[in-house]
Design a protein around this ligand. Structure first.
Ligand code: TMP
Length: 210
C-alpha cells in the first residue's frame, strides 16, 4: 500500500545552517524505504529557478518580489510538490511560505494581508490549502548568522541585508510559530552541527517518521 505523502519545510535566516541537515534527513528517509523529493524555494522547477535568479539578484519593489515568489511557488506546487505527495513521497522543501511572511512581511514590512491572500490563491488545490505537515525552524541569533556568513561568498540581495533586517525576519519566524505552534518544531541552531542534527533527528523520531 502507498504511504500517505509527507510535506515538510525547513526555515531560518540566512546562515542558520539548515541545508546540510535537510540533505541528511533525505538520506535517513531513503534508508527507511521512502521515496524522497528534495527541493527548495524559490525554485524547484525550471521556471521557478529562473524566477529565483531574478528575485535574488534584480532590484524590484516589494509587491513585484512577492508576486514573483508566489508565481514560482505555484509552478513548484503544480509540477513537483503536489504530484510527489500524490505518489506518497516525502517532500523535503528548503523554505516555503513562512519565508515569505518572514522576509517579505516582517523583513521588508510588506502588507501581510496581501501575502495571506496570495497564499490562499496559490496554495489552493482540491478544495484545501496545501501546507507543510511540519515546519522545522532553525533559530539562530542574527549576530551569530552574520559572523557565519561574513566573507563566505558574494552575497545575494538578501544576504547583503543589514543585521537589523534579519532581526525582523527572525521575529517574523517567531510570530509564525506562535500562530501555529503545532506545525512548528524549533531547533536551537546556535550549537555545533552534530548537536543541531541530534535535535533534528529527535523531532522526526518523536513523530515516528524515522
Ligand atoms: P536560500 O539561500 O536558503 O535558498 O534562500 C534564498 C533566499 O530567498 C533567502 O535569502 C531567503 C529568500 N526568500 C524570500 O525572501 N522569500 C521567500 O518566500 C523565500 C522562499 C526565500
Amino acid at each position: 500500500m502507498t504511504p500517505p505523502g509527507l510535506f515538510i519545510s525547513f526555515e531560518g535566516i540566512d546562515g542558520a545552517g539548515k541545508s546540510t541537515h535537510v540533505g541528511r534527513l533525505a538520506e535517513c528517509f531513503a534508508q527507511a524505504g521512502r521515496t524522497v523529493t528534495l527541493t527548495r524555494e524559490p525554485g524547484g522547477t525550471p521556471l521557478a529557478e529562473q524566477l529565483r535568479s531574478l528575485v535574488l539578484n534584480a532590484p524590484m519593489d516589494p509587491l513585484t518580489e512577492a508576486l514573483l515568489i508566489f508565481a514560482a511557488r505555484r509552478d513548484h506546487l503544480l509540477q513537483v510538490i503536489c504530484p510527489a505527495l500524490a505518489r506518497g513521497e516525502v517532500v523535503l522543501c528548503d523554505r516555503f511560505t513562512d519565508a515569505t511572511f518572514a522576509y517579505q512581511g516582517a523583513g521588508r514590512g510588506f502588507d501581510v494581508a496581501v501575502l495571506a491572500q496570495l497564499e490562499r490563491w496559490v496554495q489552493h488545490f482540491d478544495a484545501s490549502l496545501v501546507q507543510p505537515a511540519l515546519t522545522v525552524w532553525f533559530d539562530l541569533p542574527p549576530a551569530v548568522a552574520a559572523q557565519r556568513l561574513a566573507g563566505a561568498r558574494v552575497p545575494d540581495k538578501f544576504e547583503a541585508q543589514p543585521q537589523a533586517f534579519f532581526e525582523r525576519v527572525a521575529a517574523g519566524y517567531a510570530q509564525r510559530l506562535q500562530g501555529e505552534p503545532a506545525r512548528f518544531a524549533r531547533i536551537d541552531a546556535n550549537q555545533p552541527p552534530e548537536a543541531v542534527w541530534q535535535q533534528v533527528h529527535a523531532v522526526f523520531a518523536s513523530k515516528g517518521w524515522l
